[in-house]
Write a protein that binds this ligand. Structure first.
Ligand code: NAD
Length: 495
């Protein structure tokens, strides 16, 4: 049976783009195929839009902004809350759709739907808290008011790894602030956001507030140019690689748009000699292999102190062998799905080959899944552990974005901090230690936006998500998350 047919609420499966409250085709009538990365079968086709379609979506968002910005915070809050409730009610269908387009195990997909929903709920509450200030004036009889107003139309561009939560987190903050949006999801995974739109419409969010344009890799540069240079757009919110982030930021600068950039990471995960080894290994399993390692905050470089190195590598390897089962995300018992794209798979394979050529040893995995290959299946790569990896190969210096786990030795705190910080990005960092003084010292020394101390799990709706250095700028979620969508205005009143 076609897996798509198992989605209970068929209205959630849309193969059209969403502009001005209508389900539409590309003006060119061109389409692009969406494939299941576990089987390489086509799931459905969606419109392959071009800049002319983007212009229509931006116009719709501009018209909608004229009224949306005057709605009360309470009204926006109530609509977001209804949207949240519908997402939670439909979590099983949304998760199944997500597993089909991006391969992650169904349980992980359900977790992502609820994680995305938690941001919609959070911003439905924050909508009512866009407070300003009244500042004492030095001029007798004057009053100085600082108020916050929505920035306007926002373009949102996202990657394939969290097709629901990335978008839910950005859109809900924008709508709460009173902005309208044009979303361009990754071409590999457009179905999750189209399903979210269907639920937003059902919740009563008016036409034009959320618009989604879909397009192929071929049309992406032109569509991206329109989304970053169209004068009616006042802000660009991007999640993706640092290279593309730099390009988009440059384009956005021509009309001085505000930008939020959630870019790549290369997270260190440090196990000190005083760590709880079993706990560190269990947290690394999740932190490294969730979503087959295609998570911007996942551990990328594992540093283990000499004194506990062999013990840790043994315990962690045993855990990976016991817990990870590669397979289709909809198959019972699967704990790791395929990689989402062929280019991601090729990159991982190349990183292993280069590390091994430079002297690394593969302890576990190290290649494409033979079983999957012989069954003619998709982009599966074995969970992989390596030792003796050099500090100057791509696996160390660049983000892997796949299921590779290089484990390095270190012998002092000073040395490991230096190596952890010796990269151009700074998104997340993790470490395990039972020494309280060290916990604060290391947390403060790591050059990252988010730290997990004795945990590999850091993100939730009420805390700020974002990076430093070339991992970008701006924060999502938390009480800071609406700031990126609000302008500050001074009103000086002489009475
Ligand atoms: P990518 O930068 O190649 O693509 C991201 C999105 O941008 C995709 O939808 C892509 O189609 C689009 N894009 C590419 N070129 C474009 C252009 N010229 N104009 C407009 N859009 C363009 O990244 P990817 O490989 O798809 O995703 C993985 C990257 O995303 C990793 O680096 C990962 O760390 C990062 N990421 C960051 C966060 C975060 O919150 N910091 C979260 C998830 C992923």
């Amino acid at each position: 049976m076609n897996e798509l047919a198992k989605i209970k609420d068929r209205a959630l499966v849309s193969c059209k783009a969403y502009v001005d409250g209508e389900w539409v085709d590309a003006s060119s009538r061109q389409t692009l195929d969406v494939e299941d990365p576990a089987t390489l079968e086509t799931i459905c086709s969606v419109p392959d839009m071009d800049p002319s379609d983007v212009k229509l979506a931006v116009s719709a968002a501009t018209r909608a902004f004229a009224t949306w910005k005057h709605t009360t915070a309470k009204e926006r809050s109530a609509l977001l809350r209804k949207w949240h409730d519908l997402v939670v009610e439909n979590k099983d269908d949304l998760a199944r759709l997500m597993t089909l387009e991006c391969g992650k195990p169904l349980g992980e997909a359900q977790g992502e739907v609820l994680y995305g929903a938690s941001y919609i709920e959070w911003f439905s509450e924050e909508a009512k808290r866009a407070y300003g200030d009244i500042v004492p004036s030095p001029v007798p009889g004057s009053r100085a008011l600082v108020m916050r107003q929505p920035v306007g139309v926002v373009s949102i561009i996202t990657p394939y790894n969290f097709p629901n939560a990335m978008i839910a987190r950005k859109v809900s903050a924008a709508l709460a602030a009173g902005c309208t949006v044009v979303v361009r999801p990754a071409h590999e995974t457009p179905l999750s956001v189209l399903a979210l739109c269907s639920l937003a419409a059902r919740a009563g969010i008016p036409p034009g507030i959320i618009n989604v344009v879909t397009c192929s890799a071929k049309n992406t540069p032109a569509v991206g140019l329109e989304l970053t240079t169209n004068a009616e757009i006042r802000k660009v919110s991007f999640t993706g690689s640092t290279a593309v982030g730099k390009l988009l930021m440059g384009q956005a600068s021509t009309t001085m748009k505000r930008v939020s950039m959630e870019l790549g990471g290369n997270a260190p995960f440090i196990v000190f000699e005083d760590a709880d080894i079993q706990k560190a290994a269990a947290h690394l399993l999740q932190c490294k292999f969730r979503n087959a390692g295609q998570t911007c905050i996942c551990a990328n470089r594992i540093y283990v102190h000499d004194a506990v190195y062999d013990e840790f590598v043994g315990a962690f390897t045993a855990l990976v062998k016991e817990k990870l089962r590669l397979g289709h995300g909809l198959t019972e018992g699967t704990t790791m799905g395929p990689m989402i794209t062929k280019r991601g798979l090729d990159k991982v394979e190349e990183q292993v080959q280069l590390a091994v050529a430079a002297g690394a040893t593969v302890v576990l995995g190290g290649e494409r899944s033979k079983e999957a290959q012989s069954a003619g299946q998709g982009y599966f790569f074995e969970p992989t552990i390596l030792v003796n990896v050099s500090d100057d190969v791509p696996m160390t210096c660049e983000e892997t974005f796949g299921p590779l786990c290089p484990i390095y030795r270190f012998s002092s705190e000073e040395e490991v901090i230096r190596r952890a910080n010796a990269v151009s990005v700074g998104l997340a960092g993790y470490f395990f230690s039972r020494d309280v003084a060290r916990v604060f010292r290391v947390a403060e020394a790591l050059e990252v936006g988010m730290v997990g101390a004795n945990t590999g799990s850091i993100a939730f709706d009420a805390v700020p998500f974002g990076g430093v250095k070339e991992s970008g700028m701006g924060r999502e979620g938390s009480r800071y998350g609406m700031d990126d969508y609000l302008n500050i205005k001074l009103v000086n009143v002489s009475i």
